[in-house]
Design a protein around this ligand. Structure first.
Ligand code: FEO
Length: 396
């Protein structure tokens, strides 16, 4: 069916309800959409494409809108293959289509797909492409979240074709516009998407938000999730808040445990945080919880307690995996409580503290270490650590 968004603008994206892990990494319990748009004026522009696995459905959607009419331009806001994957096939079906991208885009078109950019339109920041009445203006937004990323603005309709920015996980269940659906499921998925995909790029997100702030945006057409109209401001505010590192009062307790000893310490930490009056406490067993959900909670809340046992002369792998992910993300504003156990050689706490040299969180108390099974004294120290963390996030 044809899905018209507004005058001359159509949705031709697809839903992926099959992929197990986005980027091979991030769980997709509700799927994901790859959004693409057609602007049909005197000239026709296709804005981004979709994962190539969905090409047959994609082509049918395009033809449902424009029939046998040719497409004049393919605007490439972002080259990650969930959006660029269909470029080669689109060029086969529409051989006269002209690629529109910036200087970095065309190198990637060649690098990923062996395609030349013959006939391409290379745009610079602020350049305008006329489709007739519609004029598209391009704004470079590097590292949002790749070097070539840019956004496209239709000033007449106030539409920002934003690429991944303001996107979220979750396939679209019938409707495309936020005004025609219950959007409540998408907001936590936007936070999870941000934490997983954009969490390393908070500074470029802030730069882009400042650059785009003068634009009279009435509608946001991103490459993942709903089209934001009535709730566009909330989408912008979510990205602003998360990229600024603003967190709510709350504590996330993350731990790994082989035989339950670290888990008992984690429970004591959580009890201590609760005793300090913190109401929002999330506990993640890192052997069970999916990393993107853990990261989303860490981006939500001010306090992080992290603990694990020593393992093979280092730190228990699932705990170190989380630390590696955090070391590459903007989380410096957090309060930290570390705890770690050992059987004969104490390493866990040392490893956690060494990762914090990159994470730059503020420790609220000395790390807690214990040997073998935690005795009452160790559990009391874990409780006190949790209490100190709880008090710190309440004061912040
Ligand atoms: Fe949705 Fe960065 O690709």
């Amino acid at each position: 069916m044809m899905q018209q968004i507004t005058d001359k603008v159509y949705y031709v994206g697809v839903n992926d309800r099959v992929k197990y892990r986005f980027e091979g990494l991030w769980a997709l319990p509700s799927g994901v959409s790859y959004n693409s748009y057609l602007v049909v004026d005197e000239k026709v522009a296709l804005i981004d494409t979709v994962d190539v696995a969905f090409f047959a459905e994609y082509l049918e959607k395009i033809r449902n809108v424009i029939g046998g009419r040719p497409i004049d331009y393919l605007v490439i806001n972002h080259m990650e293959p969930d959006h660029s994957g269909a470029i080669s096939l689109i060029r086969k079906y529409y051989p006269d289509i002209r690629l529109v991208g910036n200087a970095r885009t065309f190198g990637m078109v060649s690098g990923f797909y062996g395609e030349d950019a013959e006939g391409g339109v290379e745009v610079k920041d602020g350049d305008v492409l006329s489709l007739g009445r519609t004029e598209l203006t391009f704004y470079l937004a590097p590292m949002l979240h790749w070097p070539e990323t840019m956004v496209t603005f239709d000033a007449d309709r106030g539409i920002l074709f934003s690429g991944d920015a303001f996107g979220c996980f979750g396939a679209l269940n019938g409707a495309v516009l936020d005004t025609q659906m219950d959007t409540s499921v998408y907001w936590p998925e936007m936070e999870r998407y941000f934490a997983a995909i954009l969490g390393k790029f908070c500074a470029p997100v802030q730069t882009a938000l400042k650059k785009l702030s003068p634009l009279p945006i009435r509608m946001i057409c991103s490459t993942h999730g709903p089209v934001w109209t009535a709730e566009a401001a909330r989408a912008v505010e979510t990205y602003r808040r998360m990229s600024a590192g603003e967190t709510a009062e709350g504590v996330v307790v993350c731990y790994g445990s082989m035989y339950g000893n670290t888990q008992r310490m984690a429970e004591a930490v959580a009890e201590g945080a609760a005793a300090a009056g913190v109401r929002k406490i999330v506990v993640h067993n890192l052997s069970v919880s999916q990393p993107s959900f853990v990261l989303a909670d860490i981006f939500r809340y001010k306090g992080l307690a992290i603990g694990g046992p020593t393992y093979n002369g280092g730190l228990f792998p699932v705990v170190e995996d989380l630390l590696k992910r955090l070391a590459g993300r903007s989380v410096a504003g957090h309060k930290l409580a570390a705890f770690g156990g050992f059987t004969w050689s104490a390493q866990a706490v040392k490893v956690i503290e060494s990762y914090n040299e990159k994470m730059k969180m503020e420790p609220v108390a000395p790390s807690v270490e214990w040997k073998q099974g935690p005795d009452a004294g160790a559990l009391e120290r874990a409780y006190a650590l949790g209490r100190a963390l709880g008090e710190a996030v309440r004061e912040a």
